[in-house]
Design a binder for this molecule. Structure first.
Ligand code: ADP
Length: 620
């Protein structure tokens, strides 16, 4: 049976290979200007110097034997011979030492430039328009780009070495060409012709992985996912209880085998590229050597000249092969850098810095949803249809409905995580699409169902900062979230580290405690709107009841949205809307909705019966 992922892979294989957005010259320039802007100019300068020194080293080596031989041929004096040897040796020592010095100095600069790209990629992932995170193309670009910045040998760092070697080869090529033209210009034509053929052939064959990049990142994503699951703290309990390890290992092996088969296919294509290169090099050198030998046999050049040209011919072939190899390497690295740039430049459907700035200047705002419909990309029908809703300044609104009704989607539209497919979201009458979306996010405080607790201290997690922490306010918010006693009983109180994955002496909070900490964080932010998505899901009944009692105090002076599938928990809100079948089916206060005797009342009856029975069972 073909799995869904195999289907994706097969269909992506049929697609026409994408043309890289940038060529290797554009990407080299991108890296040079990035190094320049990152204040790592020395990477560029030292790379140039490395090339010059490498050519100098080669030239000293090229001339050392023929020069000594010609001194001997002239039967020159012993001091002249010794001087010649000393000069060449000194030149070699100087050039090698300078190259070694530069090499050790350039290393940190190269790493800094790569780290800069890594931080740009991290920033892109953390700040990109929310819908991008749901797009397969973006996810694949992120995975492939992370690979391109993951180590010293990856494109974003290794390119400096390639550029430097390429320059070395080009400089050497130019110098040797003038040397060999004096022997036989046709030789140069033969070598150049074979070289150009090898270059284009190599380029085509070496582009295999890029042409199949979708397939490759699909395999890598599978592997990353499975190894991520094996280490995932959340899945750890299931893995043990259900004995999932052998299954995970089977899945991992299967995914790894697919990647290996792909790599095998790619390597066999690369092998053909190498083979073609070798055959062409043999042809080049064979013709050149035959010609030089014939010149010696017909006394047209001296022995020392023969030695010079003989070395120069093999050196020239090396430069040519070097240029081809470095171009091929640069081509492959350029493809990786293109991926990185495509990721960094990935289309943003939201306005950020190009949007109108927005600053929370007052406490209360109005949000209006005007004829909103929303459909997830690729879905067959709308999740929400023609919603009209006004969240009045200071209002406490509750959104209720069954699982999957669209409550979270509605909140995502209000918070600006999604743009409606039709209709508008208005903040005080202005379409939110006009604003800088980051400024718009500042209008909200929220507790979502998925927590994002970082491995940092309690205080930092509440204040969302390492440095700017108002400890008094942290305490106040932790108190409102009913967590003060717990936090102050910890060994280092507000300075206690959370999350065992990073800090050994840290503390693990329970699900309910974490949820309350997230509530404290939302209160600390003190934004005009506060959104609570099932905020009592992980709380015990006492904590839940405390939360209801404090709800008014927590949300005073703000507009709030309280989402719950448990109707009893929304009684204290000013207005309740019930979502069903993609629309608002009922609306009013708790008492009004009960009196209405519709869906809300039915559901309330079912739920309260369930909870009553639940309590009876506990009491027995
Ligand atoms: P609720 O919060 O009421 O439980 P949601 O708003 O999370 O409901 O989901 C509403 C519907 O939208 C569900 O049918 C769900 O499967 C679908 N849905 C939610 N998120 C996505 C997504 N990212 N892509 C596609 N469909 C989604």
């Amino acid at each position: 049976m073909a799995s869904a992922s195999n289907t994706t892979i097969l269909s992506s294989q049929k697609e026409k290979p994408p043309k890289p957005k940038y060529n290797m010259f554009q990407n080299s320039w991108f890296m040079v200007s990035l190094a320049w802007k990152t204040e790592e100019k020395k990477v560029v300068i030292l790379s140039l110097l490395t090339a010059v020194l490498a050519v100098a080293h080669n030239l000293v080596n090229l001339y050392v034997s023929p020069t000594i031989l010609s001194v001997l041929e002239r039967k020159a004096s012993m001091p002249e011979l010794i001087w010649t040897i000393v000069l060449f040796t000194a030149a070699l020592i100087f050039v090698s030492a300078a190259a070694a010095y530069i090499n050790s100095n350039i290393l940190f600069g190269k790493i800094t430039v790569r780290s800069r790209i890594l931080s740009l990629l991290n920033r892109k992932s953390a700040t990109t328009s929310y819908p991008n995170l749901n797009e397969d193309k973006f996810k694949k670009l992120v995975a492939a780009s992370s690979n391109a910045v993951s180590g010293n040998s990856e494109a974003t760092e290794a390119i400096w070495q390639t550029l430097s070697s390429l320059l070395t080869n080009v400089l050497g090529f130019v110098i040797y060409i003038s040397l060999l033209t004096s022997v036989q210009p046709v030789l140069i034509l033969v070598i150049t012709a074979t070289a150009v053929t090898g270059y284009f052939l190599g380029n085509y064959l070496n582009g295999y992985e890029y042409r199949h990049c979708d397939e490759k990142s699909e395999y890598i994503r599978h592997i990353d996912y499975i190894s991520g699951q094996s280490k995932d703290w959340g899945a750890a309990k299931d893995i043990r209880i259900f004995g999932l390890r052998p299954w995970l290992e089977e899945l991992y092996t299967k995914a790894l085998d697919s990647l290996m088969a792909f790599r095998g296919k790619a390597e066999s294509v690369y092998l053909w590229a190498k083979l073609a290169d070798v055959v062409l090099a043999l042809l080049r050198n064979g013709i050149a050597y035959a010609y030089l030998i014939s010149m010696v046999l017909t006394d047209r050049i001296s022995v020392s000249e023969f030695l010079l040209f003989f070395t120069a011919v093999s050196g020239f072939a090396t430069w040519v092969t070097g240029i081809l190899t470095e171009f091929n390497t640069l081509y492959k690295q350029s493809l990786d850098i293109t991926t990185v740039r495509e990721c960094l430049e990935y289309h943003e459907p939201f306005k950020f810095e190009d949007g109108e700035p927005l600053k929370a200047e007052k406490k209360e705002y109005e949000i209006r949803l005007e004829d909103i419909s929303f459909r997830y990309p690729g879905a067959e029908k709308d999740v929400l249809t023609n919603i009209n809703l006004t969240l009045r300044p200071g209002e406490k609104l509750a959104v209720v409905g069954l699982n999957g009704a669209g409550k979270t989607t509605l909140v995502k539209l209000i918070c600006g995580f999604l743009n409606p497919t039709r209709g508008r979201v208005l903040l005080d009458g202005r379409d939110i699409r006009d604003f800088n979306r980051r400024d718009y996010y500042d209008m909200f405080s929220a507790v979502f169902q998925q927590f994002s607790l970082l491995a940092a201290t309690v205080a930092s997690n509440v204040a969302q900062s390492e440095t700017e922490i108002d400890l008094e306010r942290v305490k106040e918010c932790v108190d409102k979230a009913d967590l003060r006693k717990k936090i102050e009983s910890l060994p280092q109180s507000y300075e206690t580290y959370l999350n065992r994955e990073v800090y050994e002496d840290s503390v693990m909070l329970s699900g309910g405690e974490t949820q309350r900490l997230m509530l404290a964080r939302a209160l600390y932010k003190d934004a005009p709107f506060i959104i609570l998505d099932e905020p009592t899901a992980a709380l015990d009944p006492i904590a839940e009841s405390n939360m209801y009692q404090k709800y008014n105090e927590m949300t005073s002076g703000k507009s709030s949205i309280y989402i719950s599938h448990r109707l009893a928990s929304t009684r204290f809100c000013d207005r309740i809307i019930m979502i069903d079948n993609g629309g608002i089916c009922e609306e009013g206060t708790h008492d009004q909705l009960l009196k209405l005797g519709g869906k809300y009342a039915d559901l309330y009856e079912v739920q309260s019966k369930y909870y009553r029975e639940g309590e009876d069972v506990h009491e027995e």
